[in-house]
Design a protein around this ligand. Structure first.
Ligand code: HEM
Length: 399
Protein backbone atom coordinates (compact mmCIF):
# COMPACT_ATOMS: atom_id res chain seq x y z
CA UNK A 1 0.00 0.00 0.00
CA UNK A 2 2.77 2.36 1.04
CA UNK A 3 4.64 1.46 -2.14
CA UNK A 4 1.59 2.31 -4.31
CA UNK A 5 1.16 5.64 -2.50
CA UNK A 6 4.86 6.44 -2.92
CA UNK A 7 4.72 5.45 -6.61
CA UNK A 8 1.63 7.64 -7.17
CA UNK A 9 3.29 10.66 -5.53
CA UNK A 10 6.46 10.21 -7.60
CA UNK A 11 4.43 9.79 -10.81
CA UNK A 12 2.36 12.86 -9.94
CA UNK A 13 5.45 14.98 -9.25
CA UNK A 14 7.03 13.76 -12.50
CA UNK A 15 3.87 14.63 -14.45
CA UNK A 16 3.68 18.08 -12.89
CA UNK A 17 7.35 18.62 -13.72
CA UNK A 18 6.85 17.61 -17.35
CA UNK A 19 3.73 19.75 -17.57
CA UNK A 20 5.46 22.81 -16.20
CA UNK A 21 8.54 22.56 -18.38
CA UNK A 22 7.22 20.96 -21.57
CA UNK A 23 6.54 23.95 -23.85
CA UNK A 24 9.31 26.13 -22.57
CA UNK A 25 12.13 24.33 -24.33
CA UNK A 26 10.84 25.55 -27.70
CA UNK A 27 13.32 28.37 -28.23
CA UNK A 28 16.16 26.41 -26.57
CA UNK A 29 15.89 23.91 -29.43
CA UNK A 30 16.64 26.74 -31.83
CA UNK A 31 19.64 27.87 -29.78
CA UNK A 32 17.83 30.85 -28.21
CA UNK A 33 18.50 30.99 -24.49
CA UNK A 34 15.58 31.80 -22.22
CA UNK A 35 14.79 31.59 -18.51
CA UNK A 36 15.66 28.19 -17.00
CA UNK A 37 12.55 26.46 -15.63
CA UNK A 38 12.74 26.00 -11.88
CA UNK A 39 12.23 22.47 -10.58
CA UNK A 40 8.54 21.88 -9.78
CA UNK A 41 7.67 25.49 -10.53
CA UNK A 42 8.55 25.52 -14.22
CA UNK A 43 8.40 29.02 -15.66
CA UNK A 44 5.41 30.03 -13.57
CA UNK A 45 7.44 32.47 -11.40
CA UNK A 46 8.55 34.32 -14.57
CA UNK A 47 4.98 34.34 -15.87
CA UNK A 48 3.69 35.74 -12.60
CA UNK A 49 6.30 38.48 -12.42
CA UNK A 50 5.89 39.03 -16.20
CA UNK A 51 9.68 39.34 -16.43
CA UNK A 52 10.80 40.16 -19.96
CA UNK A 53 14.13 39.31 -21.51
CA UNK A 54 16.66 40.58 -19.03
CA UNK A 55 18.39 42.73 -21.66
CA UNK A 56 15.28 44.85 -22.28
CA UNK A 57 14.24 44.91 -18.67
CA UNK A 58 15.28 48.50 -18.15
CA UNK A 59 12.68 50.42 -16.28
CA UNK A 60 11.07 53.83 -16.31
CA UNK A 61 13.98 55.23 -14.28
CA UNK A 62 16.41 54.41 -17.08
CA UNK A 63 14.17 56.07 -19.63
CA UNK A 64 13.78 59.10 -17.38
CA UNK A 65 17.54 59.31 -17.01
CA UNK A 66 17.90 59.18 -20.81
CA UNK A 67 15.38 62.00 -21.33
CA UNK A 68 18.05 64.70 -21.21
CA UNK A 69 19.80 62.96 -24.13
CA UNK A 70 16.59 63.46 -26.10
CA UNK A 71 16.56 67.15 -25.05
CA UNK A 72 20.03 67.57 -26.55
CA UNK A 73 19.01 66.03 -29.87
CA UNK A 74 15.87 68.21 -29.90
CA UNK A 75 18.08 71.30 -29.62
CA UNK A 76 20.10 70.15 -32.65
CA UNK A 77 16.88 69.48 -34.58
CA UNK A 78 15.51 72.95 -33.83
CA UNK A 79 18.80 74.61 -34.86
CA UNK A 80 18.73 72.60 -38.09
CA UNK A 81 15.11 73.49 -38.91
CA UNK A 82 15.69 77.19 -38.13
CA UNK A 83 18.81 77.30 -40.31
CA UNK A 84 16.96 75.60 -43.15
CA UNK A 85 14.07 78.07 -42.80
CA UNK A 86 16.44 81.06 -42.75
CA UNK A 87 18.01 80.00 -46.01
CA UNK A 88 14.62 79.56 -47.74
CA UNK A 89 12.61 82.72 -47.15
CA UNK A 90 11.57 81.85 -43.60
CA UNK A 91 9.93 78.47 -44.31
CA UNK A 92 11.79 75.14 -44.49
CA UNK A 93 10.16 72.69 -46.89
CA UNK A 94 11.56 69.32 -45.91
CA UNK A 95 11.00 65.59 -46.21
CA UNK A 96 9.53 65.08 -42.72
CA UNK A 97 10.45 61.39 -42.72
CA UNK A 98 14.12 62.23 -43.29
CA UNK A 99 14.11 64.90 -40.55
CA UNK A 100 12.45 62.52 -38.09
CA UNK A 101 14.85 59.69 -39.03
CA UNK A 102 17.77 62.03 -38.28
CA UNK A 103 16.18 62.73 -34.88
CA UNK A 104 15.53 59.09 -33.97
CA UNK A 105 18.95 58.00 -35.28
CA UNK A 106 20.67 60.55 -33.05
CA UNK A 107 18.51 59.72 -30.02
CA UNK A 108 18.98 55.98 -30.35
CA UNK A 109 22.73 56.24 -31.07
CA UNK A 110 23.15 58.53 -28.07
CA UNK A 111 21.04 56.36 -25.76
CA UNK A 112 22.82 53.14 -26.72
CA UNK A 113 26.46 53.95 -27.24
CA UNK A 114 26.89 57.57 -26.23
CA UNK A 115 27.71 58.33 -29.85
CA UNK A 116 26.84 61.74 -31.21
CA UNK A 117 25.67 60.66 -34.67
CA UNK A 118 25.54 64.32 -35.79
CA UNK A 119 22.80 63.67 -38.31
CA UNK A 120 21.72 67.32 -38.21
CA UNK A 121 25.24 68.63 -38.71
CA UNK A 122 27.13 66.37 -41.11
CA UNK A 123 26.47 66.15 -44.82
CA UNK A 124 26.51 62.33 -44.94
CA UNK A 125 26.49 61.07 -41.34
CA UNK A 126 27.80 57.47 -41.18
CA UNK A 127 25.22 56.15 -38.71
CA UNK A 128 22.30 57.58 -40.68
CA UNK A 129 23.71 55.95 -43.83
CA UNK A 130 24.00 52.64 -41.98
CA UNK A 131 20.44 53.03 -40.77
CA UNK A 132 19.27 53.50 -44.35
CA UNK A 133 21.17 50.39 -45.45
CA UNK A 134 19.70 48.35 -42.60
CA UNK A 135 16.22 49.19 -43.77
CA UNK A 136 17.12 47.92 -47.23
CA UNK A 137 15.82 44.45 -47.83
CA UNK A 138 19.29 42.94 -47.60
CA UNK A 139 18.76 43.22 -43.87
CA UNK A 140 20.82 40.33 -42.52
CA UNK A 141 23.98 41.24 -44.41
CA UNK A 142 23.72 44.84 -43.33
CA UNK A 143 23.11 43.87 -39.74
CA UNK A 144 26.18 41.66 -39.73
CA UNK A 145 28.15 44.51 -41.27
CA UNK A 146 27.03 46.91 -38.58
CA UNK A 147 27.81 44.49 -35.77
CA UNK A 148 31.25 43.62 -37.03
CA UNK A 149 32.45 46.96 -38.31
CA UNK A 150 31.16 49.61 -36.08
CA UNK A 151 29.51 49.27 -32.75
CA UNK A 152 30.82 46.46 -30.63
CA UNK A 153 34.31 46.68 -29.33
CA UNK A 154 35.06 50.39 -29.69
CA UNK A 155 32.21 51.70 -27.57
CA UNK A 156 32.48 48.88 -25.02
CA UNK A 157 36.28 49.13 -24.69
CA UNK A 158 36.19 52.92 -24.48
CA UNK A 159 33.52 52.83 -21.79
CA UNK A 160 35.41 50.23 -19.73
CA UNK A 161 38.89 51.73 -20.10
CA UNK A 162 37.78 55.23 -19.25
CA UNK A 163 35.48 54.10 -16.41
CA UNK A 164 32.71 56.33 -17.76
CA UNK A 165 29.43 56.40 -15.86
CA UNK A 166 26.55 57.32 -18.10
CA UNK A 167 22.95 56.19 -17.68
CA UNK A 168 22.10 54.69 -21.05
CA UNK A 169 21.39 51.33 -22.66
CA UNK A 170 25.09 50.42 -22.96
CA UNK A 171 25.55 51.08 -19.24
CA UNK A 172 22.56 48.80 -18.58
CA UNK A 173 24.10 46.06 -20.76
CA UNK A 174 27.53 46.40 -19.14
CA UNK A 175 25.99 46.05 -15.69
CA UNK A 176 24.21 42.92 -16.90
CA UNK A 177 27.46 41.61 -18.32
CA UNK A 178 28.94 41.49 -14.83
CA UNK A 179 25.90 39.76 -13.36
CA UNK A 180 24.71 37.46 -16.16
CA UNK A 181 27.84 36.56 -18.12
CA UNK A 182 26.81 38.26 -21.34
CA UNK A 183 29.56 38.36 -23.96
CA UNK A 184 30.72 41.45 -25.87
CA UNK A 185 29.19 40.00 -29.03
CA UNK A 186 25.84 39.58 -27.24
CA UNK A 187 26.05 43.20 -26.17
CA UNK A 188 26.83 44.32 -29.71
CA UNK A 189 23.95 42.23 -31.08
CA UNK A 190 21.44 43.63 -28.60
CA UNK A 191 22.72 47.15 -29.21
CA UNK A 192 22.36 46.85 -32.97
CA UNK A 193 18.93 45.27 -32.60
CA UNK A 194 17.89 48.17 -30.32
CA UNK A 195 19.20 50.59 -32.96
CA UNK A 196 17.42 48.90 -35.88
CA UNK A 197 14.14 48.45 -33.98
CA UNK A 198 14.33 51.88 -32.43
CA UNK A 199 14.82 54.44 -35.15
CA UNK A 200 12.75 53.49 -38.21
CA UNK A 201 9.44 52.67 -36.51
CA UNK A 202 9.48 55.77 -34.33
CA UNK A 203 10.49 58.07 -37.18
CA UNK A 204 7.54 56.90 -39.28
CA UNK A 205 5.09 57.30 -36.38
CA UNK A 206 6.47 60.80 -35.80
CA UNK A 207 6.13 61.70 -39.48
CA UNK A 208 2.48 60.66 -39.51
CA UNK A 209 1.74 62.51 -36.26
CA UNK A 210 3.23 65.73 -37.69
CA UNK A 211 1.41 65.23 -40.98
CA UNK A 212 -1.95 64.94 -39.19
CA UNK A 213 -1.20 68.02 -37.10
CA UNK A 214 -0.23 69.89 -40.26
CA UNK A 215 -3.57 68.91 -41.83
CA UNK A 216 -5.56 69.99 -38.78
CA UNK A 217 -4.22 73.40 -37.66
CA UNK A 218 -6.87 73.82 -34.97
CA UNK A 219 -5.73 70.65 -33.22
CA UNK A 220 -2.11 71.75 -33.75
CA UNK A 221 -2.88 75.00 -31.90
CA UNK A 222 -4.75 73.17 -29.12
CA UNK A 223 -1.65 71.02 -28.64
CA UNK A 224 0.57 74.12 -28.57
CA UNK A 225 -1.63 75.51 -25.77
CA UNK A 226 -1.39 72.22 -23.89
CA UNK A 227 2.42 72.30 -24.23
CA UNK A 228 2.51 75.87 -22.86
CA UNK A 229 0.44 74.81 -19.84
CA UNK A 230 2.61 71.76 -19.19
CA UNK A 231 5.77 73.87 -19.35
CA UNK A 232 4.27 76.37 -16.96
CA UNK A 233 3.51 73.55 -14.53
CA UNK A 234 7.13 72.41 -14.85
CA UNK A 235 8.44 75.87 -13.92
CA UNK A 236 9.29 76.83 -17.51
CA UNK A 237 10.84 73.54 -18.65
CA UNK A 238 9.30 70.46 -20.19
CA UNK A 239 9.92 67.90 -17.48
CA UNK A 240 9.85 64.16 -18.20
CA UNK A 241 6.82 63.78 -15.88
CA UNK A 242 4.88 66.48 -17.74
CA UNK A 243 5.50 64.73 -21.06
CA UNK A 244 3.48 61.76 -19.86
CA UNK A 245 0.63 63.86 -18.50
CA UNK A 246 -0.45 65.67 -21.65
CA UNK A 247 -3.81 64.15 -22.50
CA UNK A 248 -4.22 65.65 -25.98
CA UNK A 249 -0.68 64.67 -26.99
CA UNK A 250 -1.46 61.08 -25.99
CA UNK A 251 -4.70 61.07 -27.99
CA UNK A 252 -2.94 62.52 -31.05
CA UNK A 253 -0.27 59.81 -31.01
CA UNK A 254 -2.86 57.04 -30.55
CA UNK A 255 -5.06 58.33 -33.38
CA UNK A 256 -2.14 58.77 -35.80
CA UNK A 257 -1.01 55.21 -35.06
CA UNK A 258 -4.54 53.99 -35.77
CA UNK A 259 -5.20 55.92 -38.95
CA UNK A 260 -1.69 55.20 -40.34
CA UNK A 261 -0.78 51.65 -39.28
CA UNK A 262 2.89 50.85 -39.90
CA UNK A 263 2.10 47.34 -41.01
CA UNK A 264 -0.85 45.95 -42.92
CA UNK A 265 -0.71 42.66 -41.05
CA UNK A 266 0.95 41.10 -38.01
CA UNK A 267 1.65 37.42 -37.63
CA UNK A 268 1.59 35.12 -34.62
CA UNK A 269 2.63 31.48 -34.44
CA UNK A 270 0.14 29.35 -32.53
CA UNK A 271 2.01 27.40 -29.82
CA UNK A 272 -0.82 25.08 -28.72
CA UNK A 273 -3.96 23.69 -30.34
CA UNK A 274 -6.63 26.34 -29.80
CA UNK A 275 -10.23 26.97 -30.70
CA UNK A 276 -11.06 30.59 -31.51
CA UNK A 277 -14.67 31.64 -31.04
CA UNK A 278 -15.87 34.29 -33.48
CA UNK A 279 -19.15 36.17 -34.00
CA UNK A 280 -22.33 34.07 -33.83
CA UNK A 281 -20.35 31.48 -31.87
CA UNK A 282 -18.49 30.39 -34.98
CA UNK A 283 -15.60 28.19 -33.91
CA UNK A 284 -12.28 28.00 -35.72
CA UNK A 285 -9.80 25.32 -34.75
CA UNK A 286 -6.17 26.49 -34.97
CA UNK A 287 -3.60 23.72 -34.96
CA UNK A 288 -0.38 24.16 -33.04
CA UNK A 289 2.34 25.51 -35.32
CA UNK A 290 -0.05 27.42 -37.60
CA UNK A 291 0.92 30.99 -38.40
CA UNK A 292 -2.08 33.23 -37.90
CA UNK A 293 -2.12 36.50 -39.81
CA UNK A 294 -3.89 39.37 -38.08
CA UNK A 295 -5.37 41.89 -40.56
CA UNK A 296 -4.33 44.89 -38.49
CA UNK A 297 -4.96 47.50 -41.20
CA UNK A 298 -8.54 46.32 -41.76
CA UNK A 299 -9.23 46.20 -38.02
CA UNK A 300 -8.11 49.83 -37.69
CA UNK A 301 -10.72 50.90 -40.25
CA UNK A 302 -13.54 48.63 -39.13
CA UNK A 303 -16.60 50.77 -38.40
CA UNK A 304 -17.77 48.14 -35.94
CA UNK A 305 -14.88 49.05 -33.66
CA UNK A 306 -14.09 52.66 -34.60
CA UNK A 307 -16.97 55.03 -35.31
CA UNK A 308 -16.47 56.95 -38.57
CA UNK A 309 -13.15 55.17 -39.03
CA UNK A 310 -11.70 57.35 -41.83
CA UNK A 311 -12.17 60.51 -39.77
CA UNK A 312 -9.10 61.80 -37.92
CA UNK A 313 -10.47 62.19 -34.42
CA UNK A 314 -7.99 62.05 -31.51
CA UNK A 315 -10.87 62.46 -29.06
CA UNK A 316 -11.95 58.87 -29.65
CA UNK A 317 -8.99 58.04 -27.37
CA UNK A 318 -10.04 60.54 -24.66
CA UNK A 319 -10.15 59.28 -21.07
CA UNK A 320 -13.94 59.76 -20.91
CA UNK A 321 -14.23 57.25 -23.78
CA UNK A 322 -12.01 54.76 -21.97
CA UNK A 323 -8.74 55.86 -23.62
CA UNK A 324 -6.68 53.47 -25.72
CA UNK A 325 -7.17 50.84 -22.99
CA UNK A 326 -10.80 50.34 -24.00
CA UNK A 327 -9.80 49.43 -27.56
CA UNK A 328 -6.80 47.37 -26.44
CA UNK A 329 -8.96 45.31 -24.12
CA UNK A 330 -11.33 44.55 -26.99
CA UNK A 331 -8.33 43.37 -28.99
CA UNK A 332 -8.87 45.89 -31.79
CA UNK A 333 -5.97 48.27 -31.17
CA UNK A 334 -2.43 46.93 -30.89
CA UNK A 335 0.09 49.21 -32.65
CA UNK A 336 2.85 47.68 -30.49
CA UNK A 337 1.60 44.13 -30.90
CA UNK A 338 0.30 42.10 -28.00
CA UNK A 339 1.03 39.08 -25.87
CA UNK A 340 4.42 37.76 -24.78
CA UNK A 341 6.15 39.01 -27.96
CA UNK A 342 4.82 42.53 -27.70
CA UNK A 343 7.17 45.41 -28.58
CA UNK A 344 9.94 45.61 -26.03
CA UNK A 345 10.81 49.21 -26.78
CA UNK A 346 7.33 50.66 -26.36
CA UNK A 347 8.04 52.92 -23.39
CA UNK A 348 11.25 54.20 -24.91
CA UNK A 349 9.52 54.74 -28.28
CA UNK A 350 6.60 56.63 -26.78
CA UNK A 351 8.96 58.91 -24.86
CA UNK A 352 11.07 59.76 -27.90
CA UNK A 353 7.95 60.35 -30.01
CA UNK A 354 6.31 62.60 -27.39
CA UNK A 355 9.49 64.62 -26.91
CA UNK A 356 9.96 65.36 -30.63
CA UNK A 357 6.34 66.33 -31.23
CA UNK A 358 6.50 68.78 -28.32
CA UNK A 359 9.72 70.29 -29.70
CA UNK A 360 8.41 70.77 -33.24
CA UNK A 361 4.92 72.00 -32.36
CA UNK A 362 6.15 74.42 -29.72
CA UNK A 363 8.71 76.04 -32.02
CA UNK A 364 7.28 75.68 -35.53
CA UNK A 365 4.01 76.15 -37.29
CA UNK A 366 3.65 73.18 -39.63
CA UNK A 367 1.62 72.73 -42.80
CA UNK A 368 1.54 70.14 -45.58
CA UNK A 369 3.79 71.05 -48.50
CA UNK A 370 2.56 70.81 -52.06
CA UNK A 371 5.44 68.37 -52.61
CA UNK A 372 3.44 65.71 -50.72
CA UNK A 373 1.56 63.49 -53.16
CA UNK A 374 -2.03 63.09 -51.95
CA UNK A 375 -3.98 60.88 -51.70
CA UNK A 376 -1.26 58.58 -50.47
CA UNK A 377 -0.18 55.61 -52.51
CA UNK A 378 1.93 53.23 -50.46
CA UNK A 379 5.50 52.67 -51.62
CA UNK A 380 6.13 48.93 -52.22
CA UNK A 381 9.88 49.48 -51.83
CA UNK A 382 9.49 50.45 -48.17
CA UNK A 383 9.65 47.92 -45.36
CA UNK A 384 6.82 49.67 -43.49
CA UNK A 385 3.78 51.53 -44.82
CA UNK A 386 5.02 54.88 -46.14
CA UNK A 387 3.60 56.81 -49.10
CA UNK A 388 5.42 57.16 -52.43
CA UNK A 389 7.46 60.35 -52.53
CA UNK A 390 7.45 60.54 -48.70
CA UNK A 391 5.71 63.28 -46.69
CA UNK A 392 6.90 66.85 -47.14
CA UNK A 393 6.05 69.53 -44.61
CA UNK A 394 6.60 73.27 -44.34
CA UNK A 395 8.22 74.26 -41.04
CA UNK A 396 7.81 77.96 -40.16
CA UNK A 397 9.62 79.08 -37.00
CA UNK A 398 7.37 80.67 -34.39
CA UNK A 399 8.95 83.93 -33.31
C1 HEM B 1 6.52 53.82 -32.24
C2 HEM B 1 7.48 52.96 -32.45
C3 HEM B 1 7.32 51.46 -32.45
C4 HEM B 1 6.30 50.69 -32.90
C5 HEM B 1 4.99 51.15 -33.50
C6 HEM B 1 6.69 49.30 -32.66
C7 HEM B 1 5.90 48.21 -32.99
C8 HEM B 1 6.28 46.91 -32.78
C9 HEM B 1 5.46 45.77 -33.12
C10 HEM B 1 4.08 45.83 -33.77
C11 HEM B 1 6.15 44.66 -32.77
C12 HEM B 1 5.66 43.20 -32.93
C13 HEM B 1 4.96 42.80 -31.64
C14 HEM B 1 4.14 41.54 -31.71
O1 HEM B 1 4.37 40.73 -32.61
O2 HEM B 1 3.28 41.34 -30.83
C15 HEM B 1 7.41 45.08 -32.18
C16 HEM B 1 8.37 44.22 -31.69
C17 HEM B 1 9.56 44.64 -31.16
N1 HEM B 1 9.97 45.93 -30.95
FE1 HEM B 1 8.94 47.61 -31.45
N2 HEM B 1 7.93 49.26 -32.09
C18 HEM B 1 8.37 50.56 -31.93
C19 HEM B 1 9.56 50.97 -31.39
C20 HEM B 1 10.51 50.14 -30.85
C21 HEM B 1 11.73 50.58 -30.22
C22 HEM B 1 12.13 52.04 -29.99
C23 HEM B 1 12.42 49.44 -29.83
C24 HEM B 1 13.72 49.30 -29.12
C25 HEM B 1 14.32 50.24 -28.53
C26 HEM B 1 11.62 48.30 -30.23
C27 HEM B 1 11.98 46.98 -30.01
C28 HEM B 1 11.21 45.91 -30.38
C29 HEM B 1 11.62 44.53 -30.19
C30 HEM B 1 12.94 44.06 -29.59
C31 HEM B 1 10.59 43.73 -30.67
C32 HEM B 1 10.53 42.20 -30.71
C33 HEM B 1 9.85 41.69 -29.44
C34 HEM B 1 9.81 40.15 -29.38
O3 HEM B 1 9.86 39.52 -30.42
O4 HEM B 1 9.73 39.63 -28.25
N3 HEM B 1 10.48 48.76 -30.84
N4 HEM B 1 7.46 46.45 -32.21
Amino acid sequence: MLLILFGTVVAFVALVYIFLTWEFGFWEKYGVKGPKPKILLGNIPYLLTKKRHTVYNYDQLYIKAMAHLMDEVCEHMTDYLRTQAKSSDGVATLDAKEVMAKYTTDVVASCIFAIDAQSFVKENPEIRLMGKRIMNFNFVVQLALLVTTFFPSDAIRYRKENKINRTDFLDHLLQLQDRKQITDIDIAGHGVSFFADGFETSSIVLTYCLYDLAKYPTIQQELRDEIAKAKQAGGGTMLYEQLGEMALLEQIICESMRIHPLMAVMAKRCTADTTLVGPKDRKIFVKKGTTVVLPYYSICFDAEHFADPYKYDPKRFAAENGGSKAYRERGVYFPFGDGPRMCLGMRFAVTQVRRAIVEVVERFSISVSSKTIEPFEMDPDQFMLMPKGSIWLDFKPIA
